[in-house]
Design a protein around this ligand. Structure first.
Ligand code: ADP
Length: 190
């Protein structure tokens, strides 16, 4: 299966993506994790990415599209993948469609995890105390959220018109949310 998971920062994407990839698909591809690894390595990509991530802005489309293009050609991704944090703009979604079309492939399902703003801010500030992610300060979180609403949320309409959008209520426990996702996946698998 080829799946996409998106939702506001703090919606629990990473957690759900891990559970989905354990149970349904081989490759869990998280652009946020890939970028954080690049920052840690101090590579050229890392230095560039950090300047955007620190402000809660998106890394330029051409950079991120190049990364994904290479990554989905790796062996583990040939069997299926779970994209977490990509696409985040219409341009990224169009580029992904074009990449898949070349291989006669397409996306099976796009999950949009729905969580209200007040809950998001609270969750992230809690997480910040535990994980200490540099982009989890209140100002940067607020900017990530507004970038999400302006640039990423329009993808819902994009995928709705392709007939693959599935909106999932992201409130409740991790297992409750995963159950909602599984209900959809079990239908897709049949
Ligand atoms: P969150 O969803 O909690 O904001 P992520 O780990 O998905 O966190 O992303 C962290 C940061 O990495 C983003 O704020 C952005 O700067 C960068 N990033 C991740 N994925 C993309 C993408 N597809 N396009 C542009 N920037 C990205």
């Amino acid at each position: 299966m080829r799946l996409i998971l998106f939702g506001p920062p703090g919606a629990g994407k990473g957690t759900q993506a891990n559970k989905i990839s354990e149970n349904y698909v081989a490759a869990h591809i998280s652009t946020g994790d890939m970028l954080r690894a690049a920052v840690k390595n101090g590579s050229e990509l890392g230095t560039l990415a950090k300047s955007y991530m620190d402000k809660g802005e998106l890394v330029p489309d051409d950079v991120i599209i190049g990364i994904i293009k290479d990554r989905i050609q790796e062996d583990d991704a040939k069997k299926g993948f779970m994209l977490d944090g990509f696409p985040r703009t219409i341009a990224q979604a169009e580029a992904l469609d074009a990449m898949l079309e070349e291989e006669n492939e397409s996306i099976d399902t796009v999950f949009s995890i729905e969580v209200r703003d007040e809950e998001i801010i609270q969750r992230i500030l809690e997480r910040a105390k535990i994980e200490g992610r540099e982009d989890d300060t209140e100002d940067v979180v607020k900017n990530r959220l507004s970038v999400y609403r302006n640039q990423t949320e329009p993808l819902k309409e994009f995928y709705k018109s392709e007939g693959v959008l599935s909106e999932v209520d992201g409130m409740g426990t991790i297992d409750e949310v995963f159950e909602r996702i599984q209900e959809v996946l079990n239908k897709v698998e049949q």
